[in-house]
Write a protein that binds this ligand. Structure first.
Ligand code: PLP
Length: 342
């Protein structure tokens, strides 16, 4: 089966997590009667320092419900062009919310306040209504970069000065918090809404939580139902999320250490490694050959990696990758380096 660096979504629940799922108290969550879901929503909200949470099946649904809740049809949503909600969600926001994107540029998936200012157009019958700024932390296409509050706050202040709402795609927010050495609630504080994934580095099999104020989440619950995200005895999977929040956050540091070790070793072998200002659990490398060729050859040696561009690979460390897996992968990469540089 090999060592799977394609994503931190490939983790399988441990026996302890399965035991927690097995023992979960459940009820009908569409009636608001599933104690495990209610507890997960409360715990996640509390960890992020906000009033309420909404359990949803995926990070994509969390982002889409957030955009539906923040906007009206035709509104303008500002987002970095490399962000997941724009780049990887199939144009869903145009379908469900009927919004128009305003795509911004900037290092590490984070526009500067000036970039946002220049993209805001005066109130005028010709222009859509500017409504929302959507950010991402850690930033996936920026190589898992953790973005500091020092960089976020001036941008968010700028957005507020135009009356924009601010959403955070925090699929890997806990990776960012651990890497930056600050509380997740501090990173979430300046945002109106935050989505977190339980199914990535935290190791749960499924699930995300959208977090915000009580009125925001009350409204979001309606949109979740519209999208078919109202689940019944969902406590079975919420229990895995509760287990993940209680047990799998501090250990993200191990994933970060392994990723840093790999980045260092790969760069010593002559690979061109992209290093974010504050890295987390990802390594991106740019190859002199097509990514598909590398992926095939590495897979022959039981090392699975993903493509992030025609010649770019992404490696992600997670719960199911240990030191042995890392050293096996490095040996395979060493042999591959000799082949492509020969
Ligand atoms: C994975 C991811 C999502 C979406 O999560 P799914 O559960 O796969 O729908 C959203 N944003 C970011 C940054 C992600 O990495």
């Amino acid at each position: 089966m090999g060592t799977d660096f394609r994503s931190d979504t490939v983790t399988r629940p441990t026996q302890a997590m399965r035991d927690a799922m097995m023992a979960a108290a459940v009820g009908d969550d569409v009636y608001g009667e599933d104690p495990s879901v209610n507890q997960l929503e409360a715990v996640a909200a509390q960890m992020l320092g906000k009033e309420a949470g909404l359990f949803v099946p995926s990070g994509t649904m969390a982002n889409q419900v957030a955009i539906l809740t923040h906007t009206e049809r035709g509104d303008e949503v500002f987002i970095h062009q490399d962000s997941h909600a724009y780049y990887y969600e199939g144009g869903a926001a145009a379908m469900w919310s009927g919004i128009t994107w305003n795509l911004l540029d900037g290092p590490e998936g984070t526009p500067s306040p000036e970039t946002l200012r220049k993209s805001i157009r005066p109130k005028n019958i010709h222009h859509p209504t500017p409504r929302l700024l959507s950010l991402e932390n850690t930033h996936n296409r920026a190589g898992g970069a953790a973005i500091s509050l020092e960089r976020l706050i001036p941008l968010i202040d700028e957005a507020r000065s135009y009356g924009l709402g601010v959403h955070l795609d925090g699929a890997r927010l806990f990776n960012a918090a651990v890497a930056l050495g600050i509380a997740a609630s501090d990173l979430a504080q300046p945002f109106d809404s935050v989505s977190i994934c339980l199914s990535k580095g935290l190791g749960a099999p499924v699930g995300s939580v959208l977090i915000g104020s009580k009125p925001f989440i009350d409204r979001a619950r309606v949109f979740r139902k519209w999208l078919g995200g109202g689940m019944r005895q969902a406590g079975i999977i919420a229990a895995a999320g509760l287990y993940a929040l209680a047990n799998n956050i501090q250990r993200l540091e191990e994933d970060h250490i392994r990723a840093r070790h790999m980045a260092h070793a790969l760069s010593e072998m002559g690979y061109q490694v992209m290093l974010p200002t504050v890295p987390t659990n990802m390594v991106m490398l740019d190859l002199p050959v097509p990514a598909t060729e590398a992926i095939d050859q590495l897979a022959h040696e039981q090392v699975l990696v993903g493509a992030m561009g025609p010649q770019r690979l992404r490696l992600v460390t997670h719960l199911d990758i240990d030191d042995e897996g890392v050293s096996h992968a490095l040996n395979v990469f060493r042999a591959f380096a000799e082949r492509i540089h020969a």
